[in-house]
Design a binder for this molecule. Structure first.
Ligand code: IDP
Ligand code: MG
Length: 140
């Protein structure tokens, strides 16, 4: 089934200058970029994005990190895009991520782990709408 999912290249990925490599992995993996923008989230915007984690001990540190510099937000589209993106990303903790995944290659820690990907159809819908309106999403 053709799905759409939200991807973020987090501030550590932008600083490492691996935007091109990460997007290349998505494109080679069968995911199409149908919306894309660079954004430097405010603390409040990062808190809104990660509201589901507001009771976790790492919420404050995570939202500091996510608002620490520019990030790249994208909508990826493709067959089974949600799971495919998660597969290309690897496990949350880079130490546990499969070899060949983005987080295994570039992640620094369980928090500073280079990429975000929606985890289900419902979160994909709310997360893509958090950053993009309908006219910012393209067909090609
Ligand atoms: P996910 O990004 O693989 O879906 P989530 O559990 O949804 O992982 O957590 C969201 C983000 O919060 C992670 O990508 C990571 O940046 C951060 N995070 C998750 N667990 C921890 C932790 O135990 N300590 C610090 N940061 C964490
Ligand atoms: Mg998650």
């Amino acid at each position: 089934m053709i799905e759409r999912t939200l991807s973020i290249i987090k501030p550590d990925g932008v600083k490492k200058k691996i935007i091109g490599d990460i997007i290349g992995r998505f494109e080679k993996g069968g995911l199409k970029v149908v919306a894309m923008r660079m954004v430097h989230m405010s603390k409040r915007e990062a808190e809104g994005f990660y509201a589901v984690h507001k009771d976790k001990p790492f919420y404050s540190s995570l939202t500091d990190f996510m608002s620490s510099g520019p990030a790249v937000v994208m909508i990826l589209e493709g067959d089974g895009a949600i799971a495919k993106n998660r597969q290309l990303m690897g496990a949350t903790d880079p130490k546990k991520a499969d070899a060949g995944t983005i987080r295994a290659a570039y992640g620094t820690s369980i928090e500073v782990n280079t990429v975000h990907g929606s985890d289900a159809p419902e979160t994909a819908a709310t997360e893509t709408a958090y950053f993009f309106s309908d006219i910012e999403r393209f067909t090609y």
